[in-house]
Design a protein around this ligand. Structure first.
Ligand SMILES: Nc1ncnc2c1ncn2[C@@H]1O[C@H](COP(=O)(O)OP(=O)(O)O)[C@@H](O)[C@H]1O
Ligand SMILES: [Mg+2]
Length: 265
């Protein structure tokens, strides 16, 4: 396992992210080093290091209970950091309150409770802009509607009435209100039909990256998320056990058996 891990690391570090200047040292949207985090002083995530460069889609896969959600929450300040560092655009945000981390440029879309069901689509976007000066909210909503034009005809609809895919698009639009440099998404396709899941990943998430947003996405659908990922980290027992480009991972028998094979969902 550790030999594999070293191989994945060395291979992946040779690869360009496709983002000009991204490899020139620094310039990471997100840089996590030796992060240990958990609940009530008992660590769940151990010594995790990862980075997301500007405009990259980096995915995080791993079995249930491996600490993926805990890691995302620790990055955005919702779970206690017990060791290590979190840098956002080179600002050290380790231990900052969630709202301060939002201000520093990280948006977070949780797996559930990602929108306010009783509120309309427009009201959800307004809530997403809560840190903006009042006079800027309407203009930002227009910007978000340019990114996700499908939301425009739903503006007066309650979020509770949206389909699963529409709801996830709204959740992404909501965090986009603050123009985050990084968006962390926790299982955006959970409970969606396969065709809708593909649309969320290959349409909405891909589109966010194309407009320059860095993406860290947790997914159960390893095969689908590999299609859109620049790099992927595999978490096991709260630790990074593999890391590499989709091609490299897809050529690992261990990865294929664990995440792409028919034996395991
Ligand atoms: N609020 C919490 N308090 C204590 N333990 C938790 C809490 N949330 C998750 N855990 C534990 O942390 C471990 C990792 O959970 P999680 O990060 O949700 O994994 P994943 O997202 O990979 O399925 C599990 O053992 C889970 O029981
Ligand atoms: Mg989870």
């Amino acid at each position: 396992m550790s030999a594999d891990m070293a191989a994945f690391d060395s291979v992946s570090h040779l690869e360009s992210s496709g983002t000009p200047g991204a490899l020139g040292g620094g310039g990471s949207s997100l840089s996590v080093s030796s992060l240990t985090a958990g609940y009530d002083r008992s660590p769940i995530v151990h010594d995790v290091s990862l980075d997301v460069r500007p405009g990259e889609i980096v995915s995080l896969v791993g079995p249930n209970g491996s600490g993926k959600s805990t890691l995302l929450k620790a990055i955005v300040g919702l779970v206690d950091v017990m060791g290590g560092r979190v840098l956002l655009d080179d600002a050290d945000v380790t231990g900052w309150a969630p709202e301060e981390i939002v201000r520093a440029g990280a948006g977070y879309v949780p797996q559930v409770d990602d929108v306010f069901s009783p509120l309309t689509v427009r009201e959800n976007l307004e809530v997403g802009g809560y840190l903006l000066p009042k006079g800027e909210v309407a203009g930002r909503i227009e910007n978000v509607l340019e990114v996700f034009p499908q939301l425009r005809r739903m503006l007066t609809r309650r979020a509770a009435k949206l389909s699963g895919g529409e709801r996830k698009m709204l959740a992404m639009g909501r965090v986009l209100m603050l123009q985050p440099a990084l968006v962390a998404l926790d299982e955006p396709t959970a409970n969606l039909a396969p065709a809708i899941a593909r649309e969320v990943l290959e349409g909405h998430v891909r589109h966010l990256a194309d407009i320059g947003t860095s993406i860290l996405v947790v997914e159960q659908r390893a095969r689908a998320v590999l299609q859109i990922s620049d790099r992927t980290y595999v978490l096991g027992g709260g630790r990074v056990v593999m890391h590499g480009s989709p091609d490299v991972l897809a050529s690992s028998p261990e990865f294929v058996e664990s995440f792409l094979g028919g034996t395991r969902a």
